[in-house]
Design a protein around this ligand. Structure first.
Ligand SMILES: [Cu+2]
Length: 319
């Protein structure tokens, strides 16, 4: 028995080497490009025994639309500024926003822990395998600690004394819509899907592919969804560095022999004035209207809010 105990202790003592000494860490250590991220900074110790009175987190370039969560007993302030470039953001683009968040005026004793929360969006500037760092400055009644060291390529945070909290970028699970093609005259319609609408969003994007197997062009002129009061066919384009969308005038042409794909970031169906939210896993009936093929009933499979690229989410719609 004594031998077993000694071995267990030895094994345990080896563990904390991997950055576990950091007193400022992020709860969620993985994020997906082009998706929302909930940042929870956890403070687990003071500064050499002294109570923490202020916590500041730096929002790195490429993480956009950051908003702090207020915290009772703490005063929250932000600094704002221009990003290095504009990033796609829901139905438009975003080029400035919160660059740091500070919670001040509270007092967190060394023997207690607390969390400081913000919401942001990890832009599509990141690729899976990268790590994004959120430096944290911790000020105490006596002294301060700067959790801001970022490892250079090829090194690990375990070599650092005061590592900045990092978030690993991982690939989104790709949407896998059902592969049932719907025939409508000479048209073949594949895999209609829509994005889930969280937080009471009143607008949803719809996507699908249409193949024209005939010899005459047809036009997609409209769409409907039983849970929405209105549906339109939209284009999305860059205009002076800003993403813009607009109804497709006269309908979207599907030439003979061609496949047109409506997808996030490009042509899409826009359902507005939703009567009921779209939840992942739902199947929602709707229609597509074509100039020649007429009105075709389709069912949209609802995919998660992180399903590829912008849209639907918790944004305001400006038309
Ligand atoms: Cu739209």
């Amino acid at each position: 028995m004594p031998i077993t105990l000694r071995l267990t202790l030895a094994g345990f003592l080896v563990l904390p080497v991997t950055g576990a000494w950091a007193h400022a860490v992020l709860e969620h250590k993985e994020a997906t490009p082009d998706a929302a991220y909930r940042g929870v900074v956890q403070i687990t110790h003071g500064c050499a025994g002294s109570s923490t009175t202020q916590v500041s987190v730096t929002i790195p370039e490429g993480v956009v639309g950051a908003k702090p969560m207020p915290k009772p007993g703490w005063r929250v302030t932000t600094t704002k500024g221009a990003y290095a470039k504009a990033y796609p953001y829901y139905h438009g683009a975003i080029s400035e926003g919160v660059k740091s968040i500070t919670w001040a005026g509270g007092s967190l004793p060394d023997d207690q822990v607390d969390e400081f929360t913000f919401f942001a969006r990890v832009s599509d500037a990141f690729t899976p395998g990268q790590t994004v760092y959120f430096p944290v400055q911790q000020d105490c009644e006596a002294g301060s600690q700067s959790w801001s060291e970022i490892p250079t390529a090829g090194t690990s945070t375990r070599d650092l004394k005061q590592p900045a909290p990092g978030v690993r970028i991982v690939a989104a699970r790709t949407a896998a819509p059902a592969v049932t093609a719907i025939r409508a005259g000479t048209l073949s319609i594949q895999a209609p899907w829509a994005r889930a609408t969280p937080n009471g969003a009143k607008v949803a994007g719809g996507y699908l592919s249409i193949t024209n197997t005939g010899t005459e062009p047809d036009k997609l002129t409209g769409a409907s969804l039983e849970r929405a009061n209105r549906g339109e066919v939209h284009s999305m384009s860059m205009d002076g560095g800003v993403m813009k969308m607009a109804p497709v005038e006269g309908g979207l042409v599907i030439k003979p022999g061609e496949t047109v794909t409506l997808k996030p970031g490009g042509y899409h169906l826009m359902f507005t004035d939703l009567k009921q939210p779209l939840m992942k896993g739902d199947t929602v009936d709707g229609t597509l209207t074509f100039e020649t093929a007429g009105t075709v009933p389709v069912a949209f499979t609802v995919e998660g809010i992180t399903a590829q690229v912008p849209n639907a989410g918790e944004h305001q719609h400006e038309h």
